[in-house]
Design a protein. Structure first.
Length: 90
């Protein structure tokens, strides 16, 4: 399933990177990622609902978390990797 384990069941994949380029080579802007999230239609209408981001190890998930919080969401958390999220679930 890749770095950090297979995707979390029920998660929506909205890659932070643009066209697969590494952030060090081609940083994604807040507006670019906001557009990707809006196109995916994956964020809840209620901005107080929990949103948990993740990636292979947490770096891009943290950046995604910051963008979503900047969009006015108040309950956004970076879960790190999919394996971290699975380990934290009851």
């Amino acid at each position: 399933g890749g770095k950090g384990g297979p995707p979390v069941t029920g998660s929506v994949n909205v890659p932070f990177n643009i066209d697969g380029a590494k952030q060090s080579e081609r940083p994604t802007t807040l507006d670019e990622y906001r557009s990707k999230l809006e196109a995916a239609g994956c964020l809840p209408a209620d901005k107080s609902k929990a949103v948990i981001t993740h990636c292979g190890s947490g770096g891009r998930g943290g950046k995604a978390c910051a963008v979503i919080a900047a969009m006015g969401y108040t309950n956004v958390h970076n879960g790190g990797s999919p394996d971290n999220i699975r380990a934290a679930r009851p």
